[in-house]
Design a protein around this ligand. Structure first.
Ligand code: PBG
Length: 324
């Protein structure tokens, strides 16, 4: 009670504020998404993601070394697939010599200690731009799981440490866990995008990979952003099926969900600050309307404060420069 208690007392100087600080960000909290393309010596800026790039394999190696040197210890790989290789069955996704599989090996060779996480979903490989096999404008669940599990297996065999299904099919974590166990890949982890909302914040990412849905949207598989309770059910079922890490996606608009999960489950939780969140801040900062670095740190810390164990973010390099 005032004046016995004065909340301002512990805010009076920086050293005291540091002493009582509850959350902070470290370089090893980050997972850095990397977009990979075929070709040589390419580093293409993504128009809707200023200062973020697609790399050819030779440049990815350099980028990964650079990331490791600043303290990043995990990367999340995505590939942009040539149109001629896209079909409705994910044929290229399970090609053991595909771009993803080669990228995993390159990254592993250049920085063996780096944790390699790979995206598992059909959208970059799909001529429909959907995360699963399409039939009569519907996304088939169980047939998709068969391809996803083969895809995960080929990533694991190439050297992925963790596979990250981002497709939201029911039961895919179980299919993936089973195939990994059957192939004695007991130590390959699964980071499930368990709580992934059908969000309009993914727009710039779909530009980056040229993976926009060709018809409809993803609301029959990704979650409805009006809902909160089903997040817990999604997370719990994936944990039962063998997920090691649970992801919430997008980030900043979903911190309530992150906090709910933190209170309900004991698995590590990743949050994905997605492409649209990145692009919004870059755009506002370019206009001079927001202070880029301060808003970036406020958003990243808010994710840690809400309960994130790790953060997938396009801001990782920017943030690490600031904190170190
Ligand atoms: C693919 C996938 C998407 C993202 C990560 N994995 C796009 C989507 O589901 O449409 C989005 C990431 C971002 O926006 O940064 N399934």
């Amino acid at each position: 009670m005032y004046p016995l208690n004065r909340n301002r007392r512990l805010r009076s100087k920086q050293s005291l504020r540091n002493l009582i600080k509850e959350s902070s960000i470290h370089p090893h909290d980050f997972i850095v998404p990397l977009f990979i393309i075929e070709g040589n010596n390419l580093k293409e800026e993504i128009p809707s993601m200023p200062n973020y790039f697609r790399y050819s394999l030779d440049n990815v190696k350099k980028e990964v070394k650079q990331l490791w040197s600043i303290g990043v210890q995990a990367v999340l790989l995505f590939v942009k697939v040539e149109d001629s290789l896209k079909d409705n069955f994910g044929t290229e996704a399970i090609n053991n010599n595909g771009l993803m599989q080669r990228a995993i090996k390159e990254v592993k060779n250049s920085v063996p200690e780096m944790t390699i996480i790979t995206d598992v979903a059909l959208d970059p490989y799909s001529n429909y731009g959907h995360d699963g096999i399409v039939k009569n404008n519907k996304i088939l669940n169980d047939q998709t799981n068969i391809v996803l599990s083969k895809m995960a297996l080929s990533h694991a065999k190439a050297g992925a440490d963790i596979v990250a299904p981002s497709d939201m099919m029911d039961g895919r974590v179980l299919s993936i866990r089973k195939i990994l166990e059957d192939n004695s890949l007991h130590d390959t982890g699964i980071m499930s995008y368990a709580v992934k909302y059908a969000s309009s914040f993914y727009g710039p990412f779909r530009d980056a990979l040229d993976s926009k849905p060709g018809f409809g949207d993803k609301q029959t598989y990704q979650m409805d952003f009006h809902n909160r309770s089903e997040a817990i059910a999604e997370a719990k079922s994936d944990i039962e099926e063998g997920a090691d890490i649970i992801m919430v996606k997008p980030g900043i608009s979903y911190l309530d969900i992150l906090r709910d999960l933190k209170n309900e489950i004991s698995s590590p939780i990743a949050i994905y600050q997605v492409s649209g969140e990145y692009s919004m801040l870059k755009a506002a900062a370019k206009q001079g309307w927001l202070d880029h670095d301060k808003v970036m740190m406020e958003q990243l810390v808010s994710m840690k404060r809400a309960g994130a164990t790790m953060i997938a973010s396009y801001f990782a390099e920017d943030a690490i420069k600031l904190i170190s």
